[in-house]
Design a protein around this ligand. Structure first.
Ligand code: C2E
Ligand code: CA
Ligand code: CA
Length: 643
């Protein structure tokens, strides 16, 4: 009976395809990739031995040595395939550390294959596994079933493992990992009854291809720009670590000014920058011989996941990364200064689940101020600011529900009339646990969560209520200034809502001045302009807040329907710099030529108040006169100042 070798030839082709895909997709890093390569190599060698052995059998080769070598080679390869596949599965689940210490599991994994290999090595003398009979035919020996028993024990272990860790695989992966077993078992069974059908290796090759298609997918896992692991790969690995309770160290690297840097650089140069950073990380990793995986998540965030065996180096590595990223970088002749947050976290000690890890990573830059030093996650988490950023949404909800917000007023002094003619309404939040929470913090959070609209309504109601009361009339105030945040300006029904609340309290439009910022104007051009138009038509006036910070776009001053410009404290504070003083003086002159009134903000002493009064600024606001104070204190202040 002549064996049918075509299956082996097909198997050879399939294995060649798998090998090509490994080389082409550069899948050579990491334990599971290496085990997969070994698997492909072993199946390949197995096919070659099989073809050789079969051809010698067919030719009834009389040189018994090469016949023994070819069959032994075939059987050795055949037998190590399934243990290697088992190791591959273990590596996919990343559970080595769990097996390492366990003697029983160790024995279970190594014992069967060791027995078979010893039996095969001794076989030329014992002839227990196979022998070449007097007719020069290949014949199975008494102990041949050992091969099947061994294979079955690994099959059992492998199936158990895949099922036990099924949560770590997607359904397609789960199926293709399992499918190898029925496939090879069926092939083995067929070959047992029809020895001329050399199906086993063909089925192994099919299984290898299936795995290559469903599991070994670098395009899903590797970022093509940085050649580091992608977000999905990081998420998979981290979820696995938490499920397996594996201890890992993570160096989180967030470039906080990445979006502005990349906007300046454009796509190609941004890619260059990311690649430069990735290369630096990789070279630090290599030089320090740290056992770590590198990832690029997105928007300037990198992660270095350090194996426990390298924990003694993790802080030095973070330090080296921090120093490297603090140096300015030159990309296509542009010199860049990055603001990179570098933070070391130990999991699960510092952060104990995947969701918290993600939240920690994404909040890092906004939760703590940039210091330029390497941070420790434990310190950051213990930090009040970080805790607060976690809790702020519920604090705001609670404050709205239980009326914990209060509106404070800061008087604004008129230089011409030499009295206080208006006040700015500033919101305050005092929480039971955190105490005073600065408005910048809760306003930013409320803008993100959407709570800003309810907060805005609350402020407007409070102010209108105050204005409509009898006390207000006695204070001789012309109007109250109310801040509008960017998110409020983007609301299509803002104008209707403002007018509706004013109506409810019978407040006339001359009593209200709304403060907006240029940022709002640049975000929501159409919506904002519609709102402004409607409200201006209704008789409400506007101030442009924070003038002199960021981009002061002269065009927006000229085109927005505003009557007051508020010079920001940071701008005002520059008055002792002679050149900035020139800028300030000319800015004031320019604004006055445009018929704007000017409020100088953040004036803390008499000298400064006089300096700006001398420049004909109409209004002055600042601690020099009064801090923002509760309504009742404000009323007292106004009454005292009148007398
Ligand atoms: P802003 O509109 O620029 O408010 C002026 C800020 O300067 C206030 O800070 C005020 O307390 C502070 N300030 C006034 N005079 C001086 C001074 O002489 N020296 C110093 N160092 N500071 C002075 P505050 O109350 O912390 O508010 C911060 C920001 O939060 C405000 O900046 C405003 O953008 C926002 N905000 C406050 N209340 C509201 C509100 O009701 N709605 C909205 N949308 N935003 C608000
Ligand atoms: Ca303001
Ligand atoms: Ca301001």
């Amino acid at each position: 009976m002549t064996p049918i070798i075509y299956f082996d030839v097909c198997a050879l082709v399939l294995i060649a395809v798998a090998a090509f895909s490994i080389i082409f997709r550069k899948m050579t890093h990491g334990v599971s990739n290496r085990l997969f390569i070994l698997l492909v190599a072993v199946v390949f060698a197995d096919i070659v031995f099989d073809l050789w052995a079969v051809s010698l059998d067919v030719a009834r080769e009389t040189n018994l040595v090469i016949r023994y070598i070819s069959h032994t080679g075939y059987l050795v390869m055949r037998n190590v395939t399934i243990p290697i596949y088992t190791l591959y599965i273990i590596s996919l689940t990343d559970t080595w550390h769990k097996l390492k210490g366990r003697f029983v599991t160790g024995v279970f994994i190594t014992f069967p294959i060791t027995v078979v290999l010893i039996a095969l090595i001794l076989n030329p003398f014992t002839k227990d596994m196979f022998y070449i009979n007097d007719n020069l035919e290949y014949t199975r020996g008494n102990c041949f079933p050992l091969v099947y028993i061994t294979a079955l024990s690994y099959v059992g272990f492998g199936i158990y493992y895949i099922v036990r860790y099924r949560r770590l695989f997607r359904i397609g992966q789960f199926i293709s990992l399992l499918v190898i077993y029925p496939l090879t078992l069926t092939a083995a069974a067929i070959q047992l009854f029809f020895p001329t059908w050399l199906l086993e290796l063909f089925c192994s090759a099919v299984a290898v291809i299936l795995v290559a298609i469903t599991i070994q997918r670098p395009e899903e896992l590797v970022d093509m720009v940085t050649e580091l692991g992608k977000h999905g790969a990081y998420a998979d690995a981290m979820k696995r670590n938490f499920v397996n309770q594996k201890e890992i160290g993570i160096i989180l690297i967030n470039i906080s000014n990445y979006s502005s840097v990349s906007a300046m650089l454009g796509y190609d140069n941004s890619s260059k920058l990311l690649k430069t950073i990735a290369d630096k990380l990789a070279s630090i990793n290599k030089d320090m011989k740290v056992y770590a995986d590198l990832y690029y998540l997105d928007r300037g965030s990198f992660r270095v996941v350090v194996n426990k065996s390298s924990w003694d180096k993790i802080e030095r590595m973070a330090e080296a990364i921090n120093i490297e990223l603090k140096n300015s970088m030159v990309i296509s002749q542009l010199e860049l200064n990055l603001m990179a947050y570098v933070c070391v976290a130990y999991c699960p000690t510092d952060i104990s689940d995947f969701r918290s890890l993600v939240a920690f990573g994404s909040d890092l830059c906004s939760a703590v101020p940039y210091s330029g030093n390497v941070l420790k996650a434990s310190d950051v988490i213990a930090d009040r600011a970080f805790k607060l950023s976690n809790d702020i949404d519920s604090i705001i909800d609670d404050a709205l529900a239980n009326r914990k917000f209060s509106v404070y007023y800061q008087p604004i002094f008129s230089v011409e009339k030499q009295r206080f003619i208006s006040a700015e309404a500033l919101l305050r939040l005092i929480d039971d646990k955190y105490g005073f929470i600065p408005p910048d913090v809760f306003i930013t959070a409320a803008e993100k969560s959407g709570a800003i609209h309810r907060i805005g309504d609350y402020v407007l109601e409070e102010v209108c209520h105050f204005i409509s009361g009898d006390e207000f009339k006695e204070l001789g105030l012309d109007y109250i200034e109310i801040n509008l945040s960017v998110a409020q300006c983007m609301q299509t029904d803002l104008a209707d809502k403002v007018l509706q609340i004013m109506n409810k309290y019978g407040v006339t439009p001359d009593k209200i001045n709304l403060e907006i910022t240029e940022t709002a104007a640049s975000y929501a051009q159409n919506v904002m302009m519609n709102n402004l138009e409607k409200l201006t038509q209704a008789g409400i006036s506007f101030s442009l807040d924070d003038y002199g910070t960021g981009y002061s776009n002269i065009k927006s001053v000229a085109s927005l329907p505003i009557s007051i410009v508020k010079l920001d404290k940071t701008f005002v504070d520059e008055e002792d710099n002679p050149r900035m003083w020139i800028v300030l003086k000319n800015t004031i002159k320019m604004l006055k030529d445009m018929d704007m009134s000017i409020v100088v903000e953040g004036v803390e002493n008499a000298e400064l108040a006089k300096k700006f009064a001398d420049l004909d600024c109409e209004y002055i606001q600042g601690y020099y006169y009064s801090k923002p104070v509760p309504k009742s204190d404000f009323i007292t202040f106004m009454k005292n100042s009148a007398s």
